[in-house]
Structure formats: structure tokens, C-alpha cells
Design a protein around this ligand. Structure first.
Ligand code: NAG
Ligand code: NAG
Length: 597
């Protein structure tokens, strides 16, 4: 699992740069601007490349979805599907933390650029925003599609430094990612090692320019430093002697840049274009988001391609029963009772004759909806050796051997079934079982579940509630006894409300409006009293700090209070939410994978 917590190490975007982003036009040029292709990092699989030079702040590609995986048990016998873990982010660092009540209970899978960009600690050049709440226009009281699509999206990627044409994109995964994988990465320098190496270089430069050493002595001195018997990570980060001047002027990373570029010809022949598809609002009322062609696509053309990570057993995506434990004041998860499948199932491909699930993690393909009569896109296995696809796997790898393989082995190409015009919505045929399951779902929803929600009109997603009521007074505990909030809402207070605990008179010095960051989920709190002060309302609150201790804070302004969805209350947890995998076509499913009678 990757973590966003340390992202601050990456150069932050200034307000001006963000402005630039919003003016940036995404209208595609004739030539493809973004590719997925073999990474320039050895053994790192695939990476993402820009065909055009980028400036700091430029927006890259479209926004990604973020799919929460909640309280999953990824083990089967004594084996674990670590692979899913490698493609996901720590949920609490990405703003999904409240989907579960368990520590490390949520991970976020961001198919798209987010899932495919590599990390090269010497050359970090992109940054991204956290995803935001986005219900895709589906409401549980009106739409049978509610709960079937991810409710977090908008995770946008930006260049955090200039990137040359053909340059690979790199994003920070957290140093821990590398430290915990010594077999794969060895002693590679971490981000702090590059900082230290840069400092060391500057000192070396100062030292050798102050003394009147001969060239030979300087070289020997440098050799001495870089050949320390213990090959520390910092030492490995140091450049060669003849590169010192460039490293000091442009940073050590600049030395690595030439090796992190692929020619457009290489990208065209070994990679797949990622900007033929853009997200939009689907023409199917229940689908939420959809995929649209950005330029004319001719029949037979490969629109894009995607690697798929494999999940050997669909049971790894079970969703388990949870129950409120009043005594412990938390949710218990009962791993012996399955209550359905993770939302991720809807974004993965499978076949009724096999337990294998394949989940694409490239950009755009997850947005292509199902429609049999309008299908204009088809899939086929990628050619052997392209996009990490290994056709030997289709012939020789039985399901029980897949658990021990942690790198991507499978990829598909998405091709145009007929000529498609720019702006047309793209559709796949997800298979007859999917179609039937969906029709059955809509029928039972209309007959029963829709009406069930209708008698509980109080439900409102926290984000909608906050947007519509950001200034209105918050009811005290006593008032709520008479006039309760929707049951799915939970009031929480910004961490900085703790400042009001110490001394109410300080309150005038504390900023009256506090900003909630996307991943900020505050502290448990209750409102005891509300009063007017200086023309606005302030609150006396009872706060539970992270160590469990209880505090009373007085004079707290409204902006420190916000509503959150209670764990397990969002649409994807609705017991009747639609779940079905997309069909790997009958003529593609390998015989060796058929393990279901
Ligand atoms: C497919 O599209 C047609 C035409 O828009 C529509 O009538 C039909 O309901 C769609 N099918 C599904 C399963 O969404
Ligand atoms: C596919 O996997 C087999 C067995 O693991 C290996 O020998 C072969 O080189 C791989 N092929 C490609 C194209 O990577």
C-alpha cells in the first residue's frame, strides 16, 4: 500500500500554478499526448509518459476515480493477494478513512494515471490532488444505480516540475514503499538521501574549491567518499565525478532525466495512447459517469490498452458483516459472515467458469459502460510482451499458482468495432449475465428497495448536507433529541478546535475560519451549547482527542464543525447495491483458468 502522508516532500503547487491548471485546455491535439508504455525503471513494469513538454502546474490527463476497498481479507489459506495492496493507497491518507471504523480498514484503488505512474525518487515530477466526494448524480432514493459506482473522483494529476517531451512521470509513493521491498529495489536511495547527497555535494564543492588541490587529488578524494565500504543509500545517490558541476547547478535528478525519456516512436510501438477517452456524464441515466471519444476513431483501431492486476479468487473481494458494538463504541467486523462483494467487483472482469478476476488499472477504460445494442468497443488480449502481457499465462498458469505472482501478467487492448466520432459515448458488451443481473436488479429495486428508501427521506450524503448548510446553526445534543439529523450523519470537529480547549479568551486570536483538507476527518464531538458572540454563533463542544481523552472547548466558530458520513453508511454499503463483474468473453477465457464446475 502506498501512502500519501509524506507527499509534502514534493514541491507544492502555488496558487498561481493552480490557476494555470484551471485555464489549461484539455482539448486534444491531433497527436496523442499521453502514453502507457514500459517504464524506464528496470523491472518496474509499465509507466506513464508525456508526449509533449510540460510546465510546472500543467494538468495531466483526466481525473481518476478512487474505489474504496473496505475491511477486506486478502488471504486465501496461507497466501495473500498482496498484488491488490501494491496498487492501492492507504485509505485514511486519501480521504476515504471514514468508510471503515477499523485501523487500516480502508484502502483506495485509483485506476487511471494514479494506478500506473511509477515512483523514481530522484526525479519526482508530478503531484496530485486528493479525490473528492462525487456521487455521479445518483441518489439512493431515485436511482437503482446508486451504490454501484465509486463515490470518490476528481483526483487530478499535475506536473510539479518541467518535464521534457517523452519524459516518464514519477510520483512519490512514500519512502516506506522502497524500504519494505529490499529484494526488488535493493539499497536504492530514498528521497531524504537525495537531499543529503545534494548537501554533501555542495560541501565537497566548497572544500575542493577552497583548497588548491590538484585535479588528481580532488578525484581521489571524491572516489574515497563514494567508495565507502558500506554502500549507504546516500552514497549511491551521489553522481560520478565528471557530473558534479551539472548536479550542483541543476540537482542530482537532472542527471537521471536523459534515461527517463522514450521517443514518440518507441511510445507508439510499445505503448498505448491514453487520451482517446475522456470522462463525462453518461447518456444512460443509471450509469453516472461514462467514457467519450476525444477524437475520431476508425473501425478496428486500438483505442487504448490496459494492464490488469489479477485476483485469483473472487472471494478475496468479499465484504463482511459489521455490527455496532455499543459497549466498545465501535464497529465489529465479523469475517465469518459475508454480506456481499466489494464495490471493486463492478470494475473487474471475470467469467462464470473461473474464480479469477482481472482489474484494469489504466486510464479511461473503467468508465466505459455496458450496452449491448450500442456497443462500439471490443476487447482482445494484448500481443505477447506488450503492456506486460504474457500469453504463456493464458496457456500454462492455473489459478492456484497466480497467488504467488505479484507483477502484472495480463493486458487487454480496447478496439473500435466501427467508426466512432469525436464526442460519441463508448460502450462495451459486459455479457449476457451482466445484462440479466442488471435488469433483475432494476426490477427488484423498483418493486421494493426504491420504495424502502422513499420512506426514509431523511438520508442525505454528508458532502451534500455540508454544501447546502455550511452556514446554518448546528443543533445541540438536547435539540437533536427533538429534531434529529439524518441518521447517517455524524458531526465531527476540526483537530484545531483543540486550541479552544486551553483558553476561551484566546479565541479572538484564533482564525475563525478553518480549512478542512480533503483527507481531514476531524475528531469525535458533540455540541453542548450555542451562543451568539459578536454577531456570529459560537459553540461549546465536547471533544474526544485521538488519545481518547475528553475535553470541553468553548467559543468554537461554525467552520470547525462539519458532518461526515458514518462508517458503512455510504451508498456502496447499501445491501441491495448492484454488484456484477464484467464478462471476459467466452472465446477469450483460458481453459487453464476454468476452476468452477
Ligand atoms: C442500452 O441503450 C438503449 C438505447 O439508449 C436503452 O434503451 C437500453 O435501456 C440500454 N440498455 C441498458 C442495459 O442500459
Ligand atoms: C512469460 O513467462 C514465461 C514463464 O514465466 C517466461 O519464460 C517468458 O519469458 C515470459 N514472456 C514474456 C514475453 O515476458
Amino acid at each position: 500500500m502506498k501512502s500519501m502522508f509524506l507527499l509534502l516532500l514534493c514541491p507544492a503547487l502555488s496558487q498561481e500554478q493552480l490557476q494555470h491548471e484551471f485555464e489549461f485546455q484539455t482539448s486534444p491535439t491531433k497527436l496523442c499526448s499521453l502514453y502507457i508504455a514500459p517504464s524506464t525503471i528496470p523491472n518496474a513494469g509499465l509507466g506513464i509518459f508525456t508526449a509533449f513538454p510540460l510546465e510546472t502546474g500543467d494538468r495531466i490527463g483526466n481525473h481518476d476515480l478512487m474505489i474504496p476497498i473496505v475491511d477486506a481479507d486478502l488471504s486465501i489459506g496461507d497466501k495473500t493477494a498482496w498484488m491488490i495492496d501494491d496498487y492501492t493507497w492507504d485509505g485514511s491518507s486519501t480521504g476515504l478513512g471514514r468508510e471503515s471504523r477499523r485501523e487500516y480498514g480502508v484502502t483506495g484503488f485509483g485506476p487511471g494515471l494514479d494506478g500506473a505512474i511509477n515512483c523514481n525518487l530522484a526525479l519526482l515530477n508530478v503531484d496530485r490532488q486528493l479525490p473528492e466526494w462525487d456521487d455521479a448524480g445518483l441518489h439512493r432514493s431515485r436511482n437503482p444505480g446508486a451504490g454501484a459506482v465509486a463515490q470518490y473522483s476528481g483526483s487530478k494529476t499535475f506536473a510539479s516540475s518541467a518535464i521534457p517531451a517523452g519524459g516518464e512521470l514519477f510520483k512519490f509513493y512514500g519512502d516506506n514503499w522502497f524500504e519494505s521491498r529490499p529484494e526488488t529495489f535493493g539499497n536504492i536511495p530514498l528521497s531524504s538521501d537525495y537531499v543529503r547527497a545534494d548537501q554533501l555535494l555542495r560541501r565537497f564543492y566548497y572544500l575542493q574549491s577552497a583548497a588548491t588541490f590538484s585535479e588528481n587529488i580532488k578525484r581521489s578524494l571524491y572516489d574515497l567518499v563514494t567508495s565507502f565500504p558500506f554502500q549507504g543509500r546516500t552514497v549511491i545517490a551521489l553522481p560520478k565525478y565528471h557530473e558534479i558541476v551539472q548536479a550542483i547547478v541543476n540537482g542530482i535528478g537532472s542527471l537521471k532525466q536523459p534515461d527517463a525519456i522514450r521517443s514518440i516512436r518507441e511510445l507508439e510501438s510499445t505503448g498505448r495512447c491514453l487520451d482517446n477517452i475522456q470522462p463525462g456524464s453518461s447518456s444512460l441515466p443509471e450509469a453516472g459517469r461514462g467514457a467519450f471519444a476525444t477524437r475520431p476513431l476508425t473501425a478496428g483501431k486500438v483505442i487504448t490498452g490496459s494492464p490488469f492486476f489479477h485476483i485469483p479468487y473472487d472471494s478475496m473481494l468479499f465484504l463482511y458483516k459489521n455490527e455496532w458494538n455499543e459497549g466498545e463504541n465501535e464497529f465489529d467486523v465479523d469475517m465469518s459472515v459475508v454480506r456481499g462483494y466489494q464495490l471493486l467487483l463492478n470494475y473487474c472482469w471475470g467469467h462464470k467458469a473461473s474464480t479469477v478476476l482481472l482489474c484494469p488499472y489504466s486510464a479511461g477504460v473503467n468508465l466505459i459502460n455496458h450496452n449491448q445494442s450500442q456497443a462500439n468497443v471490443a476487447v482482445r488480449w494484448a500481443p505477447n510482451g506488450q503492456l506486460s502481457h504474457n500469453s504463456t499465462w493464458l496457456l500454462e498458469t492455473p489459478v492456484n499458482e497466480m497467488t504467488s505472482e505479484y507483477s502484472t501478467k495480463i493486458a487487454m487492448d480496447f478496439t473500435a468495432l466501427r467508426d466512432i466520432e469525436a464526442g460519441e459515448e463508448l460502450f462495451l458488451d459486459y455479457g449476457d449475465e451482466w445484462e440479466k443481473a442488471w435488469i433483475d436488479h432494476v426490477h427488484s429495486w423498483t418493486q421494493f428497495f426504491g420504495k424502502l428508501e422513499g420512506i426514509r427521506p431523511l438520508y442525505q450524503a454528508a458532502s451534500t448536507y455540508n454544501n447546502e448548510n455550511s452556514k446554518s446553526a448546528i443543533l445541540t445534543e438536547d435539540e437533536q433529541d427533538i429534531d434529529p439529523y439524518p441518521a447517517n450523519l455524524e458531526l465531527r470537529c476540526h483537530k484545531q478546535a483543540m486550541k479552544f480547549v486551553k483558553d476561551e479568551t484566546l479565541a479572538t486570536c484564533i482564525n475563525p475560519s478553518v480549512l478542512w483538507q480533503p483527507a481531514e476527518d476531524g475528531l469525535e464531538c458533540d455540541v453542548l451549547e450555542r451562543k451568539e458572540r459578536g454577531g456570529s454563533l459560537v459553540y461549546t463542544i465536547r471533544l474526544v482527542s485521538n488519545d481518547g481523552s475528553i475535553h470541553i472547548a468553548k467559543g468554537v466558530p461554525r467552520s470547525y464543525l462539519a458532518f461526515f458520513d458514518r462508517p458503512y453508511s455510504t451508498d456502496m454499503h447499501l445491501p441491495w447495491a448492484f454488484r456484477h463483474e464484467i464478462a471476459i468473453p467466452d472465446d477469450m477465457i483460458p481453459d487453464v483458468w476454468k476452476n468452477v464446475k
